[in-house]
Structures are given as structure tokens and as C-alpha cells.
Design a protein around this ligand. Structure first.
Ligand code: ADP
Ligand code: MG
Length: 595
């Protein structure tokens, strides 16, 4: 039962893969035509030698120099054709494989860009990288060799069977009877091999992810002096990889040994049967020569299939892992009737919004209603884990609400295009990611056609122009992973300049300054205030002093909005905001209110 299922799934994978191959059907057909030509060459040689041997044994006078020259010339022409065909197969066949690989990688990347927060919070980047690089190399080989090898094998089996039968039927049937046995054993060993390859892939992905983790967190590792622990963890992963590779080689060895054993068996039959038949005069010596050569061709073909089986398994693994990416559901996408958001003034309405994270059935938000007026500045405060970030992530649809709806300017955000919605919203988060490229390119990330003048203007507004001008190459300074080192505050101001350039009517600031020191916080805080001018703004603040002047402050806890009002109103209430203020500022709320 189990083996049936595995076989079916191989077939299913090939069926799903077929459209990629079908796109290059012309090349596939030409490739198969060339494969047929090379088979012809292999199949004719025994006939030529048989003619010569038989004439030598029976009618030596007929074996003239001119006949030998004619046969040689015929074979020479066939070899030329064979060389041309081989060239085409090796070149165009592989190139077609590369085209298919490129198409698939393109599709995978396209799909990865559409996947949402849920996917990325549950997936290791190292694993994905392996899938869209190395795994697809194997698909290249598979795409080209799979049709070709099956075709060559099929053609050679059929033609050699027919020809061998003309010499001696019982011997041929005996030899071909061995082939199914070999095939069954090979399939079993193949499956074992495929499983080993699959595990090897998973383990190398794990190891990649682990190395990435240790190296990216290298500063933390050093600060805690836990190099030894990281080493132990790595050694374990590395050892597991070694074990799996050992297993893989064991499966390969069993495979190869069995192949040689079967080859031997077939020659054994030829030696025994052929010898006996010649003694009894059932076949001529020339036929025996041809016979041995055809059996050799047959054995070579089986060898090729066996070798190809490994490539086939690897290709299947690659295809399987490719489709695992393609099958990851796109959680957030445009509705069928989505229209561009009609931006007016930038109001936001939460209407009885509920939300729970997938796989985690605790309500983070429940029946929450909230109206943010155009241009209003609202601050969210409250205990860590209270749902502030979650609430903000719902507005650009990084997640979709699980109940209720959110409207922007009166339009349900699930019915407008994602592009137009996200264009209307600027987000500044605590972590800033700078892409590899110049400072200017990073600022213009959201507006590729921005002029240098606009970029500089945005940087000025973000309070970044001064330090950028002081960098080695000014706006052309290279940043990103291997670029110039910038302080947290500087990076944050670049990210604010990005948003200035984007100029969205709605702004979300999620603890944008909490990773910064006091001085940077002051600078960045100024830039943020500047940015918030005239925009509907929702701010999550960890320091309450920065939001004192906000139009409205909401205290969000696990139970929803606990309190709301201006700073003064909330202090007067002497509720949770009052307690929070005293806790975080160490000031007496009353006094600060009076002052
Ligand atoms: P805050 O920003 O107020 O600190 P969050 O919105 O980050 O709070 O988190 C609210 C709750 O949701 C917390 O209980 C947190 O554990 C949970 N949570 C946050 N992100 C995820 C996630 N990606 N998957 C599952 N649960 C999450
Ligand atoms: Mg948060």
C-alpha cells in the first residue's frame, strides 16, 4: 500500500512539473530525435560486425576490401551523425534545463514575495534559500535527462528485444525475464535512496539556518561567553548531517553493487546459452558476436537507467521542495472585486474588530471599536503583549482581522487593492532594515524615480541631511550588510526620510525610538514629530513623555481599550494611565499635571 502511494506521488509531481517542461516542447522533441539517432548508431554496429564474421566463417571470398571499406564508411557517417546529435543534446538539452530552472526560480521568488507575516514567522530563511538555489540545480538535470533517458532506454529495449529474438527466442526471453527482477529491486533501493536524499536536504537546510543564527547573533554569543555551547550545538547538527550522508552513501553502494551483480547474471546466461546453442548449431558464430554486443548494449542501458535513477530522485526531491514553497498559501491578497483606495482625508475606523493569530486561538483583540479622525494623532500605550503592535499591523493588512472590519476613509480595507492601501500608509518600526546600496538608494526605496533634490529634501526633513553629508561619499555612501556602519539613530532617520519621500497620509510609528539612546531619541523624536504633521498618526510609545501632547491616548490591555483621553484627562481619572505614568516617569501624576 505504502509503496503505491509513493509511486503515485512521484507521478503527481511529474504531472505538476510538466507545464514547465511543456513550454519548451520543441526542444524536447528535437532532443528526443537526436537521442534516436544516437541509438541507431549503437544498434547498427553489431549488425556490421555480424556481417563480417558470418562472411569470414562461410564465404571468405565474398569478404572483399571494397565491402569492408563500404561498411567502414557507413559507420563513419553514422558516427558523425552521432557526434552532432550528442552535441545538440548536451548543449540545447542542458540550456533548456536552465531555462526551466530560471522559470521555476522566478515563480518561487514571486510567490515568496506574496507570502505574509505568518509564513515568515514559521519558516527559516536558510531553508528557503536552499530550496530556490541548490534544489533547483537538480531540477535542471532532471528536466533535460528525464525524457531523454526514458526514451533511449525504451527504444533500445524494444529494438534489441526484436533483433535478439530473430537470433534465438528462448535465450532472449530468459535474458529479458531478468529485467523485471532487476527493476523491482532497483525501485526498492531507489526509494530508500530518495528518502536519504530528502533527509540530507532537510538537514543541510537546518545546518545553514543554525550557522546563520549563530553568526548573526555572534555579538550576543560573545557577550554571554557561550561559544562552547554554540560549538556543541553546531557539532551535533554537523554530526547529524554526517550520519545522513553516510546513510546516503550506503544506499548508493547497495544500488551499485546490485547493478553489477545483475550485469554478471546476464553475461552468465549469454556464455552458457550462447555456447550451448553454437555447439548445437542453433546460431552462427557471427550471430553470437552480434548477440554479445546487443546484450552489452542492453546492460549499458540498464546501467544508465540506474545512474539516472539517482539524478531522477534528486530531481524529484527538488521538484517536491519547490512545490512545497508554491503550496504555501497566500494569506493576504487582493479580493476579486478590489478597487484602488480612494484616499480622502485619512480617517481610520475599527468596527468591532477581533483578531487571533493563526495556530493560536487566544483573542489578542476582541470586538474593538475605534475611530481615528483625519489628521488626528493617537497614541497607544499599555502593557507589553497588550496587542498594540497587532492592532497596528492590521491597518496595512499584514494580517487580516478575524472578526469585524477596518475602514480607511470609509472603505473596508479588504475590498481595496493592497498596493493602494499600503501606498497610503507609512510605517516606522523599531528595527530598520537598510538594503545593500547607497544612502540615496535606501531613501528612495519606496520611490525609485525620486530626483536627488527630492531625496535631499526628505533627508533634511528627517534631520538626516547633516550626518549624511558628513559621510565619506555623502549620499553615495554604500550601506547595508557590508557597507558603512551607521548608528541606530542614523539608520532610523534614513528610514524616516524614506517615509517623508513616500508622503503617505497615514502614519504608524511602532516604538520607533525605543532602541535608541537619549540623545538619538531626541533627534529622531523631532524628525517623527515633523513627519506626523498633517497626517493621521498612530503611535506606540514606550516613553510616555513623548506622547504627552497627543490628541488622544488609548490604554490598550489584554481586555481591549481600558481608558482613553488626553494626557491631562487620563491623569485626572487616576486609573491605569495614571499608574503607568507614575511607574514609568517616577513623577507624581498630580504634580506633573499641575506644572
Ligand atoms: P504589544 O505590541 O502590545 O507588546 P503584541 O501585539 O506584540 O503586543 O502582542 C499581543 C499578543 O499577541 C501577545 O500575547 C503576543 O504573544 C501575541 N503575538 C504577537 N505576535 C504573534 C505572532 N506572530 N504569533 C502568535 N502570537 C503573537
Ligand atoms: Mg509591540
Amino acid at each position: 500500500m505504502k509503496s503505491n502511494k509513493a509511486k503515485r506521488s512521484s507521478l503527481q509531481l511529474i504531472r505538476r512539473f510538466w507545464p514547465y517542461e511543456k513550454k519548451y516542447l520543441k526542444t524536447v522533441i528535437l532532443d528526443l530525435f537526436c537521442a534516436a539517432l544516437t541509438c541507431l548508431c549503437d544498434l547498427i554496429l553489431p549488425l556490421i560486425l555480424r556481417t563480417i564474421t558470418n562472411l569470414a566463417m562461410t564465404d571468405l571470398a565474398a569478404l572483399t576490401v571494397s565491402l569492408v571499406l563500404k561498411l567502414t564508411f557507413l559507420y563513419f557517417i553514422l558516427r558523425l551523425i552521432d557526434a552532432g546529435a550528442q552535441y545538440y543534446m548536451a548543449d540545447m538539452g542542458h540550456v533548456m534545463g536552465v531555462y526551466i530552472e530560471t522559470d521555476m526560480r522566478e515563480d518561487a521568488f514571486d510567490h515568496l514575495l506574496k507570502l505574509g507575516y505568518t509564513y515568515y514567522s514559521n519558516t527559516k530563511i536558510g531553508q528557503i534559500m536552499g530550496r530556490i538555489t541548490n534544489d533547483l540545480f537538480d531540477v535542471t538535470e532532471f528536466a533535460h535527462h528525464c525524457p531523454e533517458e526514458f526514451f533511449i532506454a525504451g527504444l533500445k529495449f524494444v529494438v534489441s528485444f526484436v533483433i535478439l529474438c530473430t537470433y534465438n527466442v528462448p535465450l532472449t526471453i530468459l535474458i529479458f525475464a531478468c529485467i523485471p527482477l532487476m527493476t523491482v529491486v532497483s525501485i526498492k533501493l531507489n526509494r530508500w535512496q530518495r528518502e536519504a536524499f530528502r533527509r540530507q536536504r532537510i538537514q543541510i537546510g537546518e545546518l545553514n539556518a543554525q550557522i546563520e543564527d549563530s553568526l548573526l547573533g555572534e555579538r550576543v554569543v560573545k557577550a554571554f561567553g557561550v561559544e562552547e555551547r554554540e560549538k556543541v550545538k553546531f557539532t551535533k547538527g554537523n554530526q547529524e548531517f554526517q550520519d545522513i550522508k553516510k546513510l546516503t552513501y550506503k544506499t548508493m553502494a547497495a544500488f551499485q553493487a546490485s547493478t553489477r551483480l545483475f550485469d554478471g547474471l546476464m553475461y552468465l546466461l549469454v556464455v552458457l546459452g550462447g555456447g550451448l546453442f553454437v555447439i548445437r548449431g542453433a546460431i552462427s558464430p557471427g550471430d553470437l558476436v552480434a548477440y554479445v554486443m546487443y546484450v552489452s548494449t542492453l546492460i549499458a542501458t540498464i546501467r544508465r537507467i540506474v545512474e539516472f535513477a539517482e539524478q531522477f530522485q534528486r530531481g524529484m526531491t527538488g521538484i517536491e521542495r519547490f512545490f512545497e514553497i508554491m503550496d504555501a498559501p497566500i494569506e493576504i491578497q487582493d479580493a476579486e472585486d478590489a478597487v484602488p483606495l480612494q484616499m480622502k482625508e485619512g480617517s481610520i475606523d475599527f468596527k468591532k474588530v477581533s483578531f487571533e493569530y493563526p495556530d493560536d486561538h487566544n483573542h489578542v483583540l476582541k470586538d474593538l471599536s475605534l475611530h481615528v479622525a483625519p489628521g488626528e494623532r493617537v497614541a497607544l500605550v499599555g502593557p507589553s503583549g497588550g496587542g498594540k503592535t497587532t492592532l497596528c499591523n492590521l491597518i496595512p493588512r499584514f494580517y487580516d482581522v478575524t472578526g469585524g472590519e477596518i475602514d480607511v476613509d470609509g472603505q473596508d480595507i479588504r475590498h481595496v487593492t493592497l498596493k493602494s492601501l499600503r501606498e497610503a500608509i507609512g510605517v516606522v518600526q523599531q528595527d530598520v532594515y537598510l538594503f545593500s546600496g547607497s544612502v540615496a538608494e535606501n531613501i528612495a526605496y519606496g520611490k525609485k524615480d525620486a530626483t536627488m533634490e527630492e531625496i535631499r529634501q526628505a533627508a533634511k526633513l528627517a534631520g538626516a541631511d547633516e550626518f549624511i553629508s558628513g559621510l565619506k561619499d555623502g549620499y553615495d555612501t554604500y550601506v547595508g550588510e557590508r557597507g558603512v556602519k551607521l548608528s541606530g539613530g542614523q539608520k532610523q532617520r534614513i528610514s524616516i526620510a524614506r517615509v517623508f519621500l513616500k508622503n503617505p497620509p497615514i502614519l504608524i510609528l511602532d516604538e520607533a525610538t525605543s532602541a535608541l539612546d537619549n540623545e538619538s531619541e531626541l533627534l529622531v523624536g523631532k524628525s517623527l514629530n515633523q513627519l506626523a504633521q498633517g497626517r493621521t498618526t498612530i503611535t506606540i510609545a514606550h516613553r510616555l513623555t513623548t506622547i504627552r501632547n497627543y490628541d488622544r491616548i488609548l490604554v490598550l490591555s489584554g481586555d481591549g481599550i481600558e481608558e482613553e483621553g488626553s494626557h491631562e484627562e487620563l491623569l485626572k481619572k487616576r486609573g491605569s494611565y495614571y499608574r503607568l505614568w507614575n511607574q514609568l516617569t517616577g513623577e507624581d501624576g498630580e504634580k506633573s499635571n499641575d506644572s
